[in-house]
Design a protein around this ligand. Sequence first.
Ligand SMILES: [Zn+2]
Ligand SMILES: [Zn+2]
Length: 72
Amino acid sequence: MADKDELQTCVRCKYVAVKEDKYCIRCGAPLKNRCTKEKSLMHKGCYKVNKADAKFCADCGTETTFNQLGLI
Ligand SMILES: [Zn+2]
Ligand SMILES: [Zn+2]
């Protein structure tokens, strides 16, 4: 049995993937709940990886990927 920290569960289909995977191989949903604040002239962008149940970024309050895609 692998260490729990090396696994992640897809929020959409509950497929259990390894930590290195960025997208679910079963349904294509992203596995990392990233901040959607993008690089602009005024800001270098955030891209923080938030907890799976975070609707907004813990660092800057911008929507997360999961929230934007309606996964949570
Ligand atoms: Zn999935
Ligand atoms: Zn952020």
